[in-house]
Write a protein that binds this ligand. Structure first.
Ligand code: NAD
Length: 407
């Protein structure tokens, strides 16, 4: 395909862990010849096993035609050296979230691939710009933030830097459409769209729990009752507390907003190696994927119970999250439609602007003002857009117009 358009060709994926194996499968299912590069033999065995199981399952569910699983697997080959990616049109890097490691991988890729190849990173929290800038041609570098599991999750955030060319973005969008993915465009910024909204909300929920304002179950149940597919504390355990803390730290560094300082409880759990579901214990303790009912949290971190504030839920956690969505729109980082697509396809959460419409701008502003007055934290200042919507003659109509404006 190299530089000539078209939506399949030769692809490479570096690092065949949780994400890389899934991305390799997505590409092979889209007709690409894929070379996976993995340095750990046991990780490679696991990746092959996962792709085998995933394609067989897709066949059994009719998502792949009968016999197509074998064809997909035949399009995949495995290597241990990046040198094997010399003739690739696209390479996606999915090694662990370690800046020096990713820089090394990109330096090698830059030296090995041809001039027309696209280079992508699946990073969740590192600067795509600094990875791009370390290559000889940053115009061909993008972030492709797939969600886990990549073969099933429909969304990919496409991250452009100030150095990415329009031609690169066109090619990447065309490729992802060919893979059946929905994309949202994000400029390089900590958290991008989805984590940029999700992670602050999760950190606030952890803070509520840590301060003893409500029990874990009160917090999670209240948000599920408000339409969330799972409670924020259970979701923290699913995402991984280490991943969450890494994204929070980068968001704090970039925005200086102290709401993104990881809740001390999260940092302690990470230091203790209690990372969530993947280690069997985080905010909850797990028997498989089911939280055991009897646990009360990690020893030493259960706070003394002050006066319960559970009655303020779910709005006390939901409205600041919606306020952040309005701020994101207000500063021109994303449109309401982008935010809604991101949160609904990336996290299976209700579209935030539907949630805002259900609460109503005036009520949302009242709650947000209360949170701001109580905390005196500038991060909780009501978004200018929220103030404007609530001040309109017909706030619900104003919100409707705002949502339609970017279609
Ligand atoms: P992982 O640890 O499961 O997999 C990384 C793999 O890379 C491992 O198998 C490792 O052996 C391999 N590796 C390390 N160095 C290598 C090298 N030099 N050459 C070849 N292979 C090498 O990690 P993951 O969870 O798949 O995350 C990968 C990336 O995807 C990270 O940047 C992460 O932030 C991002 N991400 C993760 C998720 C998620 O839910 N896990 C979601 C979105 C994005």
């Amino acid at each position: 395909m190299a530089g000539t358009g078209g939506t399949s060709g030769r692809a490479g994926v570096v690092g065949l862990g949780t994400m890389g194996a899934g991305i390799a499968e997505v590409l092979a299912r889209g007709g690409w010849s894929v070379t996976g590069v993995e340095e750990q033999p046991d990780a490679l065995t696991r990746a092959e096993g996962r792709i085998m199981a995933s394609t067989a399952y897709a066949e059994s569910r009719g998502k792949l035609a009968e016999g197509e699983g074998a064809a997909v697997r035949a399009r995949l080959s495995y290597e241990t050296s990046i040198d094997a990616l010399a003739d690739c049109d696209l390479v996606v890097e999915a090694v662990p979230e370690l800046p020096e490691l990713k820089q090394r991988v990109f330096a090698r890729l830059d030296a090995v691939v041809g001039a027309n190849a696209l280079l992508a990173t699946n990073t969740s929290s590192l600067s795509v710009t600094s990875l791009a800038a370390s290559t000889s041609d940053p115009s061909r570098v993008v972030g492709l933030h797939f969600f886990n599991p990549a073969p099933v999750q429909p969304l990919v955030e496409v991250i452009s830097t100030v150095l990415t060319s329009a031609g690169t973005l066109d090619r990447v969008r065309e490729i992802l459409a060919g893979l059946g993915k929905t994309t949202i465009a994000c400029r390089d910024r900590a958290g991008f769209v989805v984590n940029g909204l999700l992670i602050g909300y999760l950190n606030s929920a952890a803070t509520w729990y840590e301060r003893g304002y409500a029990t874990r179950e009160e917090i999670d149940d209240a948000l599920v009752s408000a339409g969330m597919p799972m409670g924020p504390l259970a979701l923290l355990d699913l995402v991984g507390l280490d991943v969450t803390v890494a994204v929070l730290q980068r968001m704090y560094l970039q925005f200086g907003d102290r709401r993104y300082l990881p809740a001390p409880l999260l940092t302690s759990l990470v230091e203790a190696g209690l990372l969530g579901r993947k280690t069997g214990r985080g905010l909850y303790t797990y028997d498989g994927s089911t939280p055991t009912a009897t646990t009360t949290g990690a020893p030493g971190v259960v706070p003394p119970p002050p006066a319960s504030r559970a009655g303020e839920l779910p709005e006390a956690l939901l409205v600041p999250y919606l306020n952040d969505a309005l701020t994101m729109v207000g500063v021109g980082y994303a449109s309401p439609a982008t935010v809604d697509t991101g949160m609904s396809l990336g996290c299976r959460m209700p579209p935030p602007f539907d949630q805002l419409a259900a609460i109503g701008p005036e009520r949302a502003l009242a709650v947000q003002r209360q949170v701001f007055d109580e905390t005196a934290d500038p991060g909780y200042r009501p978004a200018l857009l929220l103030e404007q919507l609530a001040a309109a003659d017909d706030p619900d109509l104003a919100l409707h117009v705002l949502r339609r404006a970017d279609r």
